[in-house]
Design a protein around this ligand. Sequence first.
Ligand code: ADP
Length: 398
Amino acid sequence: MLVFILNAGSSSLKYQLMNPINKEVLAVGICERIGIDGVLTHQFKEDGKIKKEISMPTHKEAIELVLKTLTEGEGAVIASINKIEAIGHRAVHGGEKFSVSTIVTPIVIEEMRKLIPLAPLHNPANIMGMEICQDLMPGIPNVAVFDTAFHQTMPDYAYMYPLPYEQYSKHGIRKYGFHGTSHFFVSNEAQGMLDKKHNTRIIVCHLGNGSSVSAVLNGKCIDTSMGLTPVQGLMMGTRAGDVGAGAISYMMTQEGLSIDETLDIMNKKSGILGISGKSSDLREVLEGMKNGDDKCRLAVEMVAYNIKKYVGAYVAALDGIDALCFTGGIGENSALIREIVCAGLDGMGLIIDPTKNNKRSSVAKDIATNSSAARIFVIPTNEEYVIANDTYKIVSAL
Ligand code: ADP
């Protein structure tokens, strides 16, 4: 089965064409600057690549262009769009309504619309992607795979904020968590890599531009670091993560900031970028640290320290640990961050092997010493595969 995977953002659109049965990826690409001018980057076959600037006034033109590129000219990988048997959409916020992936129906779209206040940038773009696909490819089933779904198993004492209870009952204010497809994929892989098959206690550190940690007991999420929105938890590329409410209100007063301006600072100008003053990209900040930039040093130490604190908290939440997993651009590639996070955690049964940690690998690996009581895994994430596979399973059962 060929699944077209779509991740529609406010001004961008990522796509893949994948066969979930053998995990073969036929094409992968991104449309950027939608509504501004438009750039398509399309990769296909072994090393085929097309990049072109082309007008994309809306997501509709962008999706039309992608379908054309997949079927015509140099970048074509299928003879016609009829070869696409299902479409899997990354959907950001499923609230409490969606705890599993689901076939897209008018009712599902209506429910997603009700959740727009919780994800004002993402859900409208996701809905738009679904409606355009229904329009351009009538009769082909669409499936929504939610970023929040995997975290719906959290117990109430973990997902509730200690605010007045009616803030939850009236407005649904609670922790939801994100990056669910990655946390599911990596924890599931880790479970397969462990000798132990019962009472598995796994911590997943998904560390990319956006970062989150989750605690997974027997395959079910019991806690995660992001909250009602992705701005909570770890310090990220541009997001602040955990900051006291008093500090935020004080900053607003001192700077005369509105709520929107404050959220803009906390989402787009904080984190690694805000501290280093250099970049949101960890590689550049590591380079700056090497060259003696003290703010870059501070940003790197803060990133690692924040992750380590969550690891400690989640070892306690899980009553121990069997595997600590690193994934995402930083988790998979930065041996230094992994080294700082794991340093001194021998008492928790986590001993990192420096040689294994520093060896590069594109496949999952165990970087703990043989004597370490718990495993430390580096596992490349594959969120697109989770979307394609969920889509395949749901569509096959129709
Ligand atoms: P996204 O969340 O956008 O999918 P990624 O998972 O690709 O992001 O992660 C991007 C982050 O990974 C950036 O901060 C980048 O600097 C970092 N990264 C990628 N490669 C390395 C590396 N070799 N060493 C350190 N950081 C890296």
